[in-house]
Design a binder for this molecule. Structure first.
Ligand SMILES: [Zn+2]
Length: 128
């Protein structure tokens, strides 16, 4: 991972470390950021600018490394999965995206409580 990605991850961790959502702070030790524009051209991913998995944050473009809210949002999902590795991803199957409590928590944690709602200019985050 290059310096810009490491710095983006460190800034996001700094933001999340101010919150006390889970017993342990988020660990970024094994987390990697990948910039994969081609992925976000696929139908499922088209509506997102970022996406997260257990140890991975995927971004649509390199410029989004400077979007502190987005990277913090994605890292919050990584944090959630560090505490609820099965329940959190499954929650997206049983709950609608907008009403999903993990999604709402990540929006609050990233300072974008309204993002993702229809008509919002910030309809652009992640998931799982
Ligand atoms: Zn999200």
């Amino acid at each position: 991972m290059d310096d810009a990605k490491r710095a983006a991850l460190a800034r996001a961790k700094e933001r999340l470390d101010r919150l006390e959502l889970y017993p342990r702070p988020v660990s970024t030790r094994a987390v990697r950021i990948w910039v994969v524009p081609w992925l976000f051209r696929l139908p499922w991913f088209r509506r997102f600018d970022g996406y997260s998995a257990h140890l991975t944050i995927l971004l649509r473009s390199r410029a989004l490394l400077d979007d502190g809210d987005l990277v913090a949002h994605e890292l919050c999902h990584v944090w959630q999965m560090q505490h609820h590795p099965v329940r959190m991803p499954l929650s997206y199957i049983v709950r609608r995206y907008d009403g999903n409590p993990y999604e709402r928590e990540a929006r609050r944690a990233s300072g974008r409580p309204d993002s993702g709602r229809p008509g919002s200019p910030l309809n652009s985050d992640c998931h799982r």
